[in-house]
Design a protein around this ligand. Structure first.
Ligand code: 4H4
Length: 219
C-alpha cells in the first residue's frame, strides 16, 4: 500500500516511524511519501494561502499550489482523499474498504480549508475523523494511514483484526492477563478452564453485553 501525503508539515509524520507502522515501513509493507505543498509555491515568499474572496476570517490554501503538488504524484489508479470536518465520518467499514486500494493520495487541509476549485478537480472522497475542527489535517491523515495499514498483510499478526472491536459489528470482549488475582479481583473462571467452546461462548456473550452497555447505537 502506497500513501502519498500532501501536507505543509511533513515533519509531523515522523511519528509514523515508531512502533507497528514504523516496522511496516521498514519491511516495505507500506510506503509513506510526504510531499511538502510549500515546495510548489512559485512565489518568492513561498506563499501557499491567501485571504478568502468575499472577505471573512482566516486564510484559504491556494488552488494552483495544491494542484501542482497533486500533479507531482498523480496516478490514475490512486484514490484522492481530502481530510476535512465536512467529510464522511471515518468508520471501520470505510477503513476496510480503503485498505483494498493500492495507492492513496491524502490531502491535508489547513487554515479555513482549501479553494473549492482544486477540491472539485482532484478529490475522490472527503473524510472526517469526527465532528470537531482541528488546526490541521495532518493528525487525521495519520489516523487514516494507521487504521488502513492495520489491514495490510503482514502488518499485524495473523487473525488480529478478526475479533477486534467493530470488525464483527460488536465491541471486543474484555481482556485479562497475569496475575490471576489483581487487587482482590480474580480472572473470570471460564478463561482459566481451557474449555475453548465455553470460552468462545462467554466471549460472544460479553461482546454483546459490552456493546449494549457502551455503544447500543452500533447494534
Ligand atoms: C479543513 C478546517 C476544512 C476547516 C480544516 C475546514 C479534520 C477533521 C479537521 C484543519 C482543517 C482541519 N480533518 N477530520 N475533523 N472549511 N481538519 O478538523 O471545510 O470547515 O479531518 S472547512
Amino acid at each position: 500500500m502506497k500513501f502519498d501525503v500532501l501536507t505543509l508539515f511533513p515533519e509531523m509524520f515522523d511519528i509514523l516511524n515508531q512502533s507497528i507502522i514504523g516496522k511496516a515501513i521498514e519491511k516495505n509493507l507500506i510506503d509513506v511519501h510526504l510531499i511538502n505543498i510549500r515546495d510548489f509555491s512559485k512565489d518568492k515568499h513561498k506563499k501557499v494561502d491567501d485571504t478568502p474572496y468575499g472577505g471573512g476570517a482566516g486564510m484559504v490554501m491556494k488552488p494552483d499550489v495544491v494542484y501542482d503538488a497533486y500533479q507531482s504524484v498523480k496516478d490514475e489508479k490512486a484514490k484522492v482523499i481530502y481530510m476535512s470536518p465536512q467529510g464522511k465520518t471515518l468508520n471501520q467499514k470505510m477503513v476496510e474498504e480503503l485498505s483494498k486500494e493500492n495507492h492513496l493520495i491524502i490531502l491535508c487541509g489547513h487554515y479555513e480549508g482549501i479553494d473549492q476549485r482544486v477540491l472539485d478537480k482532484i478529490v475522490d472522497e472527503e473524510i472526517s475523523i469526527g465532528d470537531y475542527v482541528l488546526t490541521g489535517g495532518e493528525i487525521p491523515a495519520m489516523v487514516l494511514i494507521d487504521s488502513v495499514s492495520r489491514y495490510v498483510e503482514g502488518v499485524l499478526k495473523e487473525d488480529s483484526i478478526k475479533e477486534e472491536s467493530f470488525s464483527n459489528g460488536l465491541l471486543e470482549y474484555p481482556q485479562y492477563t497475569r496475575p490471576e488475582v489483581f487487587e482482590g479481583m480474580k480472572v473470570p473462571e471460564v478463561l482459566l478452564s481451557g474449555h475453548h467452546e465455553n470460552i468462545e461462548k462467554w466471549r460472544k456473550e460479553k461482546s454483546l453485553e459490552m456493546t449494549k452497555k457502551k455503544r447500543p447505537d452500533i447494534l
